[in-house]
Design a protein around this ligand. Structure first.
Ligand SMILES: [Zn+2]
Length: 278
């Protein structure tokens, strides 16, 4: 089955991973800007990172027949540095016309600090000003419930934000319902040590249905498994779910969400182009 990984950090992965993903049916991926495993020293360091995301990774992916898309921002972990964040935000418009940029992300909260919230709101302004979609990182473990609530409040308080163009990622059992109820898309991150396992993700699909639900591997610098989406496909088949239902979650839903970005010039492997609806 063809699938799309809507959230995977390929700058952290070796080229062999691209080959494996391609052989497993991955036909496109989106890579939000994130933490690099260390704090960067200057805004110029982000400029190089954005070039890596918009120039280097699409070429690396194309060698294995995979289309690579990306999202730009300063991540929540480094966003506690307000001065640096503002320099990075000021630079982002230079990159918004790059052909693989789908929007602003992954913005969010890490420790739910005041500075993080300030920079979240400034990213939101940027997205609204440039009519960009938004991809959101929600905090981990004990900070997730409160952080998700803070994020949803900031988004729903602003009537200019269209929830159907916002993806809230790393949802779990205790946060998915409020995300979907408010009209947002919800992403389940399949992670070996925290977040969601393939079995828990299958439970969530069974409880809430497939509408506006996505599944991703994160595949980042920490312990993670870039082939976690095929693991979910396997788990869903093992439970007897239809191929149509599985395909909706791992393939058609990402296409539907991303198609709201003007730069989503995706070509299905069967050769039929998917026109952007923006
Ligand atoms: Zn991420």
């Amino acid at each position: 089955m063809y699938y799309i990984d809507p959230h995977i950090h390929m700058v952290s992965r070796v080229t062999d991973d691209y080959e494996t993903l391609s052989k497993m049916g991955c036909t496109a991926m989106s890579e939000p800007a994130f933490w690099a495993g260390f704090d960067r020293g200057s805004a110029e360091s982000f400029r190089d990172y954005f070039k890596q995301l918009t120039e280097v990774e699409p070429k690396r992916a194309a060698q294995y027949g995979i289309q690579h898309f990306t999202w730009l921002c300063i991540n929540a972990k480094e966003a506690d540095n307000v001065e640096l964040s503002r320099e990075v935000i000021a630079m982002i418009p230079e990159f918004l016309d790059c052909p693989n940029v789908l929007g602003i992300g992954e913005i969010g909260l890490n420790k739910n600090t005041k500075n993080e919230a300030t920079i979240f709101l400034e990213h939101m302004e940027l997205a609204i000003k440039y009519n960009q979609q938004i991809l959101i990182h929600t905090p981990h473990l004990e900070d997730k419930f409160q952080g998700t609530k803070m994020i949803l409040d900031m988004l729903t308080d602003d009537s200019r934000v269209d929830p159907s163009r916002v993806l809230v990622d790393h949802v779990e059992e205790h946060t998915v319902e409020t995300v979907l109820e408010n009209g947002f898309w919800a992403g389940m991150t399949l992670y070996p040590v925290s977040k969601c396992t393939p079995a828990r993700a299958a439970d969530i699909i069974e409880m809430y249905g497939p509408e506006r639900l996505l599944a991703n591997s994160a595949g980042d610098w920490g312990p993670s498994k870039p082939t976690a989406v095929p693991d979910l496909i396997f788990e869903m088949r093992r439970r007897g779910h239809s191929e149509d239902l599985i395909r909706q979650v791992v393939y058609e839903n990402p296409i539907k969400f991303f198609s709201q970005s003007q730069n989503f010039n995706f070509v299905r492997p069967d050769g039929v182009p998917v026109p952007s609806i923006q």
